[in-house]
Design a protein around this ligand. Structure first.
Ligand code: PLP
Length: 330
């Protein structure tokens, strides 16, 4: 059983708004990082997020269809993306090329222009920014609204390229005539740990779900204590039943192979010995509720511990949890 705790998401967002002292965009892409897009979106807004962020227009439209009225940004588009539908549903679109900019202008969509300041994961290449802005200036004169200018910094530690904030600032300066009112750069890690990356809006995903954004950094603890130190509470708990050391969940529930991961059964930590599509076995026979990951504050293993054993990061563990597994929303 997957237990999703929207109250934890709301509390995390509220504490991040407070800590960062700036507005937050709650990122609910990838089905709300596996927690359910709509559940996560409502919880983010309850916690004080003023924007929602998703990858594509289809995800944004699903939120609108469910009655979400808050501002939404969708930032990655297939060649045939329907910007007209976005405009109609009041969904802002991130644009990463002159072609997308022109298509959005034709469709009457409001845009956030994305500049690539070094991550190399879409965005207008920095060396093409000048030409892009020139074209945007013409379209703005014809009625286009450029609401935002943004870029993406993935981490704040070893992966961080110190030139990115500087390049972003110079891109902003070049684009000043566009009249954009929302400048946004950092995701969870940069917003938390690089104050210089804070502009008008922090795009927060993983931290809102209670997972430390840099839990895989060298030397980081894998017990969730770093997230707790930031005041973050895990929003997903995965538990099942153990009979004689066999637990009735497996790969088909979305679990990654995590041999050696801790599992809490009847107050004792056991280890995953083998895994199969529909079950896993523990290193000793035991019976009772088996908690694969949950709230370390309650003595339960953390998502990070499962991720560590699986050789990945917490983001992937929760995002993969299949909708096939029974879930409860607490
Ligand atoms: C996923 C994503 C985020 C959120 O990142 P976290 O590290 O989960 O906070 C922010 N911005 C963009 C563009 C993203 O793709």
């Amino acid at each position: 059983m997957i237990e999703v705790r929207p109250g934890a998401i709301s509390a995390n967002v509220a504490s991040l708004v407070d800590r960062l002292a700036m507005p937050v965009m709650g990122v609910v892409k990838a089905n709300g990082y596996g927690h359910g897009a709509l559940v996560a979106a409502r919880a983010m807004l309850d916690g004080g997020a003023t924007w929602l962020g998703v990858v594509d227009i289809a995800e944004a439209r699903a939120l609108r269809d469910a009655g979400i009225r808050a501002p939404i940004l969708a930032w990655l588009h297939a060649a045939d993306a329907d910007f007209g539908a976005a405009a109609e549903a009041r969904i802002d679109v991130g644009v990463s090329s002159v072609r997308q900019l022109e298509a959005a202008a034709r469709a009457g969509a409001i845009v956030h222009a994305k500049v690539d300041t070094g991550l190399g994961r879409n965005g207008v290449p920095f060396r093409e920014w000048d030409a892009f802005v020139e074209r945007a200036e013409e379209l703005v004169a014809d009625g286009l609204t450029v609401r935002g200018i943004f870029s993406h910094i993935a981490g704040s530690g070893a992966a961080f390229d110190g030139g990115q904030i500087e390049r972003y600032r110079s891109a902003l300066e070049r684009a000043s005539a566009l009249g954009a009112s929302v400048r946004h750069l950092g995701a969870s890690a940069a917003s938390l740990f690089l104050p210089a990356s804070r502009f008008d809006l922090a795009r927060i995903g993983i931290a809102a779900y209670g997972i430390h954004p840099e839990a895989n950094a060298p030397g980081a603890p894998a017990d969730g204590s770093d997230a707790r130190a930031l005041g973050l509470v895990p929003a997903m708990r995965m538990a099942a039943t153990a009979h004689a050391g066999v637990v009735d969940v497996g790969f088909r529930d979305g679990l990654l192979p995590a041999i050696g991961a801790p599992v809490l059964v009847a107050g004792r930590v056991r280890r995953v010995a083998t895994m199969a599509p529909d079950s896993l076995t523990l290193d000793e026979p035991c019976d009772g509720e088996a908690v694969l990951f949950g709230d370390p504050a309650a003595g339960e293993p953390s998502v990070d511990a499962w991720a560590r054993a699986a050789g990945t990061i917490g983001y992937e563990v929760v995002t993969r949890m299949a909708s096939r597994a029974p879930r409860s929303i607490a």
